[in-house]
Write a protein that binds this ligand. Structure first.
Ligand SMILES: [Zn+2]
Ligand SMILES: [Zn+2]
Length: 206
């Protein structure tokens, strides 16, 4: 019996139409070769259009920016910086990765579209630091903010930290996208995008 096509039929039809259109962009799989940030994003969109969004991150193993904050790389000195992550391990019964084995863990990628530069590693910290080495060499010699200024996220504490940075950071490091270095406790050592008073990363001191 044939009735009206359901929403699912229509979605299937749309996906089949997309799948029938040749794709010559970045791979629809985990890859480590250099691709422009926009090409990585376009490939992930294509995967979703072809196979749906459900489970697209663990099933595709592709580079994406959809996890909160991961894409928030600052714009610095004309560099075109982006951060991606990929679920590069597999628990899917219908997948065979023997031809191109996955690294078996979550991976991060920093990517500069202008310089065609990228750095891939399983460590967020390493990738964020590589991004700063690329776009802001010299950041490692910036002073760390005194610990007493980092004990609270209150408006007053943030104002005090901003004042300290404006008085103590070299002038050329007080520009949009510049990072700040803060001491951390044993927990919370993650580099945080957008938390510097200058709009760049709040980088954990060693
Ligand atoms: Zn660059
Ligand atoms: Zn897989």
């Amino acid at each position: 019996m044939t009735g009206q096509p359901t929403l699912f039929d229509l979605l299937d039809f749309e996906r089949e139409t997309v799948a029938a259109t040749p794709w010559r962009g970045a791979p629809l799989a985990y890859s480590t070769k250099y691709h422009q940030p926009a090409d990585l994003a376009a490939a992930f969109d294509r995967y979703k259009a072809e196979r749906g969004s459900f489970g697209c991150i663990p099933r595709s193993h592709m580079w994406h920016t959809s996890i909160g904050g991961v894409e928030d790389a600052p714009a610095i000195d004309g560099h075109d910086l982006h951060l991606f992550t990929a679920d590069a391990w597999c628990r899917e019964a219908d997948h065979d990765h023997s031809a191109a084995p996955l690294p078996g863990q979550g991976m991060y990628q920093a990517n500069c579209g202008r310089c065609r530069w990228h750095h891939i590693a399983p460590s967020w910290q390493e990738v964020v630091e590589a991004l700063h080495d690329h776009a802001l060499p010299g950041w490692r010699s910036l002073p760390s903010v005194p610990a007493k200024l980092c004990r609270s996220d209150s408006t007053q504490a943030t104002a005090a930290l901003t004042r300290w940075a404006s008085e103590n950071y070299p002038e050329q490091w007080q520009r949009p996208g510049a990072p700040i270095i803060t001491p951390r406790s044993e927990h919370g050592r993650r580099h945080v995008p957008g938390r510097s008073p200058f709009g760049g990363f709040d980088l954990a001191a060693d």
